[in-house]
Design a protein. Structure first.
Length: 177
């Protein structure tokens, strides 16, 4: 494979699996800075070993295997420093098993959320977007819409419940959350 094509192929596979791999790492270390550092180390290791990747095999599963090893290295170093609580290797193995059994859960939930957002009215979507855009406080949204902050909070709570129930229906997990 030509170097440019190889680089593009790797970049695209990594981009498509970023959320899965980063989310997996974050679920194990619970610190965004550590997770980002481990992800960077994982990406470098993946690139260095990309010639060993077998097309037809799940890149995400392959990448999570590397992420697991890099996370274990990080946790062992943290344990030696004794500067924070870390998960045991047994727990990491158990979490890896669960993650392997649900490889597309994040993508499925994102698809379900997109579908459920489409079922909301324009006004409901606008309220959600304004409250979650990072530019407006709930108080600002309430003032601009002539509502009380309590009514905006109440509407947001109802919308979150409605979305959660819709996502559960879409995924066939009603009653499990």
């Amino acid at each position: 494979m030509a170097d440019l094509t190889r680089h593009e192929d790797f970049s695209e596979r990594l981009r498509q699996n970023y959320a899965r791999v980063y989310g997996y790492i974050l679920s194990l270390v619970h610190d965004t800075n550590d997770a980002y550092d481990i992800f960077q180390e994982t990406a470098l290791a993946l690139w260095q070993k990309y010639d060993d990747f077998q097309p037809g095999y799940s890149f995400g599963a392959w990448a999570c295997g590397f992420a697991r090893r890099k996370t274990l290295e990080h946790l062992k170093a943290a344990r030696r420093r004794r500067d924070r609580a870390v998960f045991s290797e047994e727990l990491i193995e158990a979490l890896t098993e669960v993650q392997a059994q649900t490889p597309n859960l994040l993508a499925e939930r994102e698809d379900a959320l997109r579908h459920c957002l489409g079922e909301l009215t324009g006004r409901q979507r606008e309220l959600l977007l304004r409250c979650y855009d990072g530019k407006h406080s709930v108080r600002q949204v309430a003032e601009e819409s002539g509502r009380t902050t309590h009514s905006v909070y109440s509407s947001m709570r109802h919308l979150r419940i409605k979305l959660l129930e819709c996502i559960d229906r879409q995924l066939g997990t009603e009653g499990e959350s």
